[in-house]
Design a binder for this molecule. Structure first.
Ligand SMILES: Nc1ncnc2c1ncn2[C@@H]1O[C@H](COP(=O)(O)OP(=O)(O)OP(=O)(O)O)[C@@H](O)[C@H]1O
Length: 588
């Protein structure tokens, strides 16, 4: 709540004017029954047409002024709500961008998207309604009661009974329904998450012919939402009949006692009508208030979920010593570009270690091949170099500095990372290529495309660097995307290039040409080549063989082929017998 207040304070005028104008509108509304009473008692009773016209005009005037105030209040309430929503959304997006992968993995992307969209929208709607009604409704309820007493204290006694009775009913129903509405909201979350996951993975769903079972599972979640909504709806539906019964009993009481008073000449007919009108105003406002409370309870639940993300602190902060961006890595003679010293790592403290006791040195200009079975820890290992995660034991050093003491942004400036999943963004090819270096020239981009073996296919498209890339690169093939992501990393001209299985969708010939071009054209750069293919890493200066998170061997292709059983097994499954002359125990 405190956080929300600081956001509302950024728009003080709109936030104050909205309830203020709503109160002014309500004040005008409270005079209407009095004017109607006068019309009955004087205009109709005395058959005074002139008076009726004047009072009629006054009613129209009250209506126009009230309408003006209502529109102004609505404008300010919407302005405050929308501005607060925008600020919250921007700040939450910025905050999510500071979170480390550890937190993002824990929360999950779908949850984060939900917080950014649905939850902030709920908060926005809550603010809008709150500013419009939180002062107006209680003001009208008590104002109408006070006005009723000014009409006639004795005849207004039913108000003293009806208002508390109404309040008790409304709040009892709210008390029962509020937790139920929370459940509805939770289920709605579930449905939204499921929708998002299914639509993002629609190709996989179709490929596995899972439509039926996915529809069934979605149907179940959707039905659960339906039943929860119906259940809470049934209880909420009691609100209207019960409140109408109470109000009508109040009206009967007013009519009965008021009628007697009119008969005795102590009260006029107009005054009785005014009392009935005030009773109706109270009913309408109490129902509005109940709806406001329901909406607020949803908005508060959403606000709490947004706050949970705001309260989450990044485990890796953008602080620490700066790795000089102007001095290339490898300038200090004898210092390794990257060094792992007894590194052990797991994704969370309680989980099994994904990497255990890894020690190796990558000297500047060396190419390091990393090979191992699926899930052996190859991607996890390279993700530690740009400090995407922090290790639990040992240390990862870049250019002689422990990454834990270095500002992660400054480390990443030196690294060109090509992740396993090729990810491009909507925009032109040129915009995508400039992600690592804003001012890269077309010539530099073409040079990178050439090394990445992507120039030919870019040239085959008429638009060249203006080629429009759709969301997620959906208008490109898997291999084309991979080559473009490699080119994007090369445009950055990094000191350390990490290719995490980035050529898996390329044919062998293109893969070979790519490696040759990297070797010839990017010298003095340290390159990490992660692959499951022996052919990709066999010419590396050093090959790390990973087996279930441990370093099973380190050396050149020839050394490992001679001495390392795990490597021999991998080679035996991929290379010809002539290329693997050594005995392999479990070769296939
Ligand atoms: N974000 C994560 N959170 C939790 N566990 C993870 C995460 N990423 C990977 N793992 C686990 O860490 C282990 C190593 O995964 P990693 O991706 O490093 O293997 P890999 O050798 O690169 O596999 P592949 O060749 O299939 O890409 C696996 O058991 C995997 O389940």
């Amino acid at each position: 709540m405190k956080r929300l207040l600081t956001y509302l304070k950024r728009h003080p005028l709109a936030t104050l004017f909205a309830p203020l104008f709503k109160m002014l509108e309500a004040s005008f509304e409270l005079f209407v029954p009095l004017v109607v009473a006068k019309m009955i008692d004087i205009g109709i009773y005395q058959k005074n047409a002139g008076y009726l016209w004047r009072m009629g005009a006054l009613l129209v005037l009250l209506g126009i002024i009230g309408f003006g105030f209502a529109i102004t209040a609505q404008y300010f309430a919407a302005k405050s709500a929308v501005s607060t929503g925008r600020d919250l959304r921007n700040d939450l997006f910025a905050h999510i961008n500071t979170l480390s992968f550890k937190e993002i993995d824990t929360l999950g992307t779908s949850t984060l998207i939900n917080r950014m969209t649905n939850d902030i929208n709920q908060v926005q709607n809550g603010i809008n309604m709150f500013l419009r009604l939180f002062l107006r409704s209680p003001f009208v309820v008590f104002g109408a009661m006070v006005m009723a007493f000014t009409v006639d204290a004795k005849a207004a006694i039913p108000f003293v009974i009806v208002i508390p009775a109404l309040a008790v009913v409304v709040f009892a129903i709210l008390l029962i329904t509020m937790p139920l509405y929370k459940n509805v909201q939770k289920q709605l979350d579930d449905v939204l998450l499921s929708t998002r996951e299914n639509l993002l993975g629609i190709r996989v769903v179709r490929a596995f012919n899972r439509q039926e079972s996915e529809m069934e599972s979605f149907g179940k979640k959707s039905s659960r939402l339906f039943f929860r909504q119906i259940h809470v709806g049934k209880i909420s539906a009691l609100l209207n009949p019960v409140t109408y019964v109470i109000i009508n009993l109040g009206i009967i009481a007013i009519l009965w006692s008021g009628g007697n008073q009119v008969y005795l000449g102590r009260l006029t007919q107009g005054q009785v009508i005014a009392l009935i009108n005030y009773m109706s105003q109270i009913l309408v406002e109490l129902i509005k208030l109940a709806n406001l409370i329901i909406l607020l309870s949803k908005a508060i639940a959403s606000l709490n979920r947004v706050n949970n993300i705001f309260d989450m602190q990044p485990s890796i902060k953008e602080e620490g010593a700066f790795l000089a961006s102007k001095t290339p890595i490898g300038s200090i003679a004898g210092t390794a570009a990257v060094e792992f010293k007894n590194v052990s790592f797991s994704y969370n403290e309680t989980a099994k270690e994904v990497l255990s006791n890894i020690t190796f040195k990558a000297m500047p200009g060396q190419t390091i091949g990393i090979i191992g079975g699926t899930g052996s820890g190859k991607s996890s290992l390279v993700n530690l170099i740009p400090r995407f995660y922090d290790v639990q034991n040992g240390s990862v050093e870049v250019d002689g500095g422990n990454v834990k003491t270095l500002n992660p942004v400054s480390i990443r400036k030196h690294i060109g990372m090509v992740p396993q999943k090729a990810q491009l963004f909507k925009g032109t090819l040129r915009e995508n290529m400039r992600w690592g270096r804003k001012n890269a020239t077309d010539e530099e981009i073409y040079q990178a495309l050439e090394i990445a073996q992507a120039k030919e296919f870019v040239d085959s498209k008429d638009q060249g660097l203006d080629l429009m890339i759709e969301q997620n690169g959906s208008n490109l093939s898997g291999g084309q995307k991979q080559r473009l992501t490699i080119a994007r990393a090369l445009v950055k001209n990094p000191d350390i290039l990490i290719l995490d299985d980035s050529a898996s969708a390329l044919d062998f010939a293109t893969d070979a040409r790519l490696r040759k071009a990297i070797k010839q054209q990017i010298q003095n750069r340290t390159v990490f080549l992660v692959s499951q293919r022996v052919s990709t890493i066999r010419n590396a200066d050093q090959i790390l063989v990973l087996d279930d998170g441990t370093l099973a061997g380190i050396g050149t292709h020839e050394e490992l082929l001679r001495e390392n059983e795990v490597y021999q097994e991998i080679c035996a499954s991929q290379l010809s017998k002539e290329e693997v002359p050594y005995s392999v125990k479990t070769a296939n």
